[in-house]
Every structure is written in structure tokens, then in C-alpha cells.
Ligand binder design. Structure first.
Ligand code: SAM
Length: 263
């Protein structure tokens, strides 16, 4: 596994709230760390609020339909005890949770969290309630006690966190011993040039044209530039105490699934 780096830079965002809104529980945020060249978490939050109505459609278009297959590949055969307690961190519109229930219909508890209430509001229509519950919360300070979940899902979100190492530490904290984390993301990998060209030039163009949100879709390739290679994520997982870490690359390493068991 690759070497870990010290966290670079520090942001100064902080807010905290305890509010109840539209059936979605709101919980706290915390002081966050941030790469100096990456935007403030409040800006990220605003972008996801803005693109929420277009998110699912654009994901399919921009990945030429591949993202559903990447998600299924990660989830298929993932170990889960009967009536598992599952947490989807940064769940967005709930796609990963929806597919989790397709694969494992007997989830005992399925909690979706995200700090964008507007993203999360797209999820209930896709999921049976119960077992699904929705909590507006910061992934860097999850409002759950330690050892609360058997399975943790995180799709295309780690690279959006102001402090992805803290995100991994939180995932580890809320998992029970023996619990499984499944993380899917686009990491900073040496892509073949046509892939790099497509993601850096064409994707922002498609995003802007369909959603009208130029800044949000310009952020997508930048978020990958601000991130790290998958081996570095795996090394951090190992450092915080995950074991049996596996890496699975999808389609020219455009996305990578990392799985680890809490020791
Ligand atoms: C690219 S979307 C991925 C959504 C979903 N997981 C999926 O697989 O499609 C990234 C999500 O992370 C959320 N997010 C980013 N930073 C967050 C944070 N600090 N706390 C909670 N959610 C966050 C955004 O609001 C957004 O919904």
C-alpha cells in the first residue's frame, strides 16, 4: 500500500446546528480541514444543493451509463449479516442505498446521511421507509455513537470532503468491530489521455449544458486533482485500523472500490 501523507492545509469553516426540517433530521458540523487549493465546504454544500434535481440523470450521461455497473460491482457479494445496520455516508440522492437494497433486501436499518438536504430529499422516493431513515449530517462529525453499524457505504464522496482522512476516521468509529466499509470514488490515477480529456473537458461541458450549473461541474475534475491515488486512501484505511483491505479498479481506473473490515 502507498505511503500516507500529512494533511495539507487547513480551512476555517465551522457551523453547528440541531434542527428538524421536512422530516429530515439535521445534526452538527465541525471545524474542518481543507486542501488549500480546494473550495470551502460551504461552497461544496451549495453546489450540491443546486445540482440536486439533475444529479442522477447527469451521472448516467457523464459516465455513459457506467456508474450503475460500478456501484453494483462494489455491492455485489459484499458480506452483510442478516438484518444488517447499514449507514450510507454522503448518501446524496440515495443511489447506492437503493442498489444495496436490491442486493440485500433484508437490511434491518438503513440510514442515509448527507449535509445537503436538497440532495437527500431526492432519496425517499426510491427507498422503502422503513428500513430507510434520512439524517442531515456532516460526514466529518457523524451524529452516531461508536460501533453503531455493520456496513458503511460511501459513494463518490470521499474526495468532496474538506478532510477525507477525518471522513475515514469517522467511518471507522461508527462501524462495529468486524463491520465492513465499502468506498467507491474517482481517485487521482494515471488515466489514458482520452479518458483524462473526457473527464476534464467534456464532462464539465455536459454538466453545464444540461444543468446550467457551470461551477459545480467544473468542480468535478478539480475534486479529483485535489484528491489522492486509491493506494493512499487504502493506506489511510489501514492506518486507522481497517483490515483485509481490497481494491477493485473499474473501467481504466476511472473509479475504484475499496473495501475494508474494522479490526
Ligand atoms: C458526488 S455526491 C455522491 C452522492 C452519493 N453518495 C452517490 O453515490 O451518488 C457527493 C455528496 O457528498 C455530500 N457531502 C460532501 N461533503 C459532505 C460533508 N462534509 N458531510 C456530508 N455530506 C457531504 C454532498 O452533499 C453530496 O451529496
Amino acid at each position: 500500500m502507498g505511503k500516507t501523507h500529512q494533511q495539507e492545509g487547513r480551512g476555517d469553516s465551522a457551523s453547528s446546528s440541531q434542527r428538524q426540517s421536512g422530516g429530515l433530521e439535521a445534526r452538527s458540523t465541525r471545524k474542518e480541514e481543507q486542501h488549500p487549493s480546494c473550495p470551502h465546504p460551504a461552497w461544496i454544500h451549495e453546489q450540491f444543493d443546486r445540482i440536486a434535481p439533475h444529479y442522477d440523470k447527469l451521472n448516467r450521461v457523464m459516465t455513459l451509463g457506467l456508474e450503475g455497473g460500478w456501484r453494483r460491482k462494489m455491492l455485489r457479494g459484499a458480506p452483510a449479516p442478516p438484518s444488517a445496520r447499514v449507514l450510507d455516508v454522503c448518501a446524496g440522492t440515495g443511489e447506492l442505498s437503493r442498489l444495496w437494497l436490491e442486493e440485500h433486501s433484508d437490511a434491518g436499518r438503513l440510514v442515509l446521511t448527507d449535509f445537503s438536504e436538497l440532495m437527500l430529499r431526492c432519496a425517499p422516493a426510491k427507498l422503502p421507509i422503513p428500513p430507510a431513515q434520512f439524517v442531515v449530517a456532516d460526514a466529518l462529525a457523524l451524529p452516531f455513537p461508536a460501533d453503531s453499524f455493520d456496513v458503511l457505504l460511501c459513494g463518490f464522496s470521499l474526495r468532496n470532503l474538506a478532510d477525507w482522512r477525518q471522513g475515514i476516521a469517522e467511518m471507522h468509529r461508527v462501524l462495529r468491530s468486524g463491520g465492513q466499509a465499502l468506498i467507491l470514488d474517482m481517485c487521482k490515477e494515471p488515466w489514458p489521455w482520452p479518458v483524462a480529456f473526457f473527464i476534464k473537458r467534456i464532462v464539465p461541458l455536459i454538466g453545464r449544458t444540461i444543468s446550467g450549473e457551470a461551477a459545480a461541474y467544473a468542480w468535478l475534475p478539480r475534486s479529483i486533482d485535489c484528491f489522492v491515488p486509491a493506494d493512499e486512501v487504502a493506506a489511510e484505511m489501514e492506518r486507522v485500523g481497517f483490515q483485509e483491505i481490497t481494491r477493485r479498479d473499474m473501467t481504466f481506473r476511472i473509479s475504484t472500490a475499496l473495501a475494508g473490515r474494522k479490526g
